[in-house]
Design a protein. Sequence first.
Length: 191
Amino acid sequence: MTNKDAERFGKLMMSLAEVFGGQVSKFKIKLYFEALKELSIDELEGACFKAIQELKWFPKPAEIRNLLLGDPETRAMLAWDTVLKALRTHGYYDSIRFADRLITACIKDMAGPEGWPGWSTSITRRNDDFIARDFQKRYRAYLLHPPRDAPEYLPGFHEINNRLAGYLEFIPKPVEIGEQAAKLVWKTKEE
């Protein structure tokens, strides 16, 4: 949100107060605005109407955010599902750019020097549950404390080999994976 959305946001807060029987002061509106400013006013409007449908009491900013983005457990499971789809669709050959850079950070940490190609080929039916749990645990931790150094993308087998051989003109562009809305997670922590 920007300052031009302040009036519309104030009306949303008044609507919530009307439904939930509470009162909102200018100070409370300002606190909520600051806590939710990385979200768009349209997204907040949807989350507020969802709050009216699903909640019993006036929502806290974290509850509004969870209504919009999902709770950390659900987000971690959806992130793992995105990784599995990328693996099934592109394997380790393509360079991958996840819209949700927290996914990239988790894989970078888990992969170590082997990178995307080595990490993705290490997943087997025997260890996929363990790797999934480890990934989701890291993802939930990064939701609270995002890393400062997540790469923009994960180089794939073709890029790594072409770069090592000096064939820079044959390095394919990274494949974009995931919804653009997932970039919100990263954007909020950078600002």
